[in-house]
Design a protein around this ligand. Structure first.
Ligand code: UT7
Length: 326
């Protein structure tokens, strides 16, 4: 049976780092508050001349190198992002061009912080259906481009970065075992960027009144996130027919250490099996899982044969999960 196997991973983080202490000088917040409530210590910030596709191109080149493939071997590029370079064309097309994937189709997926899982599910299905053999899935965000730096409730949470994986059709035991996606648009106003789309178009008259930054009901989102994480993990384990103690590493979307801890307690996953990097990178939305996957591979926490569980939640609301045999 054909499986979609991850044959390479890569990531890229912009050079500039903004620490919690730096934020103390920019707004009414403290390192202690951010640390205790979220687990975040610092975040990377893209340079003025970097767009989402630039970060994704770097991450993708690293993933292609780790997969030992050339760009011409890629059949399709999926870029998961909620901060694309433009409304059109897609950042996927820009990545395709920047890495020289001349034969590839390309598009974006916007499922907010769950975007990488959604992209992975589509790549897995396309490969198993025999439509494509080699697919690049990147998650890339310049979240700071959507932040209102006067709002401490959201400005301290996010960071910029990109991660990518190369999936290839394979007949062996390794590969994506299952994926799960879910949504509840009834919760669309819990986390959103209200203005700038077709619902609230920006005009010269309203440009200073509209909220073009991230609007979030943090407490409500927290509750929903704990539920969504639990559901995502339970569904993935059920569909993959594996027990929680068989999981070697859980790589969750890195939004908040407390949310991850609450979900892991609910499902009975010990701390040493959780991969955390949000202290260093904060919430990079769709980029968070592929960045973490590449770092976990580099640290030897994911090896050939490892059983890896992924789970994410985000705006939409969306959530999802996957179980992968490495
Ligand atoms: O990928 C999905 C992205 N988003 C999330 O996952 C967010 C989910 N929610 C959360 O992670 C948490 O709700 C937050 C970390 C955002 C907030 O933590 P909380 O424990 O729910 O705090 P809160 O919103 O209940 O606020 C507590 C207090 C408030 O002050 P008062 O009303 O008690 O006087 C806030 O004004 O903390 C205040 N506060 C801050 N203080 C210092 C809010 N933001 C800050 C800040 N620095 N940055």
């Amino acid at each position: 049976m054909i499986k979609a196997r991850i044959i390479g991973t890569g990531h890229y983080l912009p050079e500039r780092v903004l620490t919690n202490n730096d934020l103390e000088h920019l707004m009414d917040t403290t390192d202690e508050w951010i640390r205790q409530r979220t687990g975040i210590l610092q975040r990377h910030i893209a340079a003025d001349n970097e767009a989402a596709s630039d970060l994704a191109a770097h991450a993708s080149q690293n993933a292609m190198k780790s997969a030992s493939i050339s760009a011409e071997e890629i059949d399709f590029v999926i870029c998961a992002t909620l901060t694309p370079d433009y409304f059109m064309p897609s950042s996927g097309c820009l990545v395709q061009h920047k890495i020289g994937a001349k034969r590839a189709g390309a598009c974006d997926i916007n499922a907010a912080c769950s975007g990488f899982i959604y992209g992975l599910q589509q790549a897995d299905a396309l490969i198993r259906a025999g439509v494509h053999k080699t697919i690049l899935v990147a998650g890339s965000e310049i979240m700071t481009s959507r932040l209102d730096w006067t709002k401490r409730d959201t400005a301290v949470l996010f960071g910029d970065g990109s991660g990518a994986v190369v999936l290839r059709a394979d007949n062996g035991d390794s590969g994506v075992i299952t994926t799960y996606t879910a949504s509840d648009g009834g919760g669309h106003d819990i986390l959103m960027v209200p203005a700038g789309g077709s619902a609230q178009a920006i005009t010269p008259e309203n440009i200073n009144e509209l909220n073009r930054g991230i609007l979030m009901n943090g407490r409500e989102l927290y509750k929903r996130a704990v539920y969504a994480f639990g559901d995502a993990v339970e569904q993935a384990l059920k569909r993959a027919n594996v027990r929680v103690d068989e999981i070697d590493l859980f790589v969750p979307h890195q939004a908040n250490k407390r949310i991850i801890a609450a979900a892991c307690e609910r499902i009975g996953l010990p701390e040493e099996k959780i991969f955390l990097n949000l202290d260093q990178v904060a919430n990079t939305s769709a980029a968070s899982i592929p960045i973490a996957l590449d770092q976990a591979c580099a640290q030897g926490r994911i090896r050939e044969g490892s059983l890896v569980l992924l789970a994410a939640f985000g705006a939409g609301l969306t959530w999802g999960s996957a179980v992968i045999r490495w």
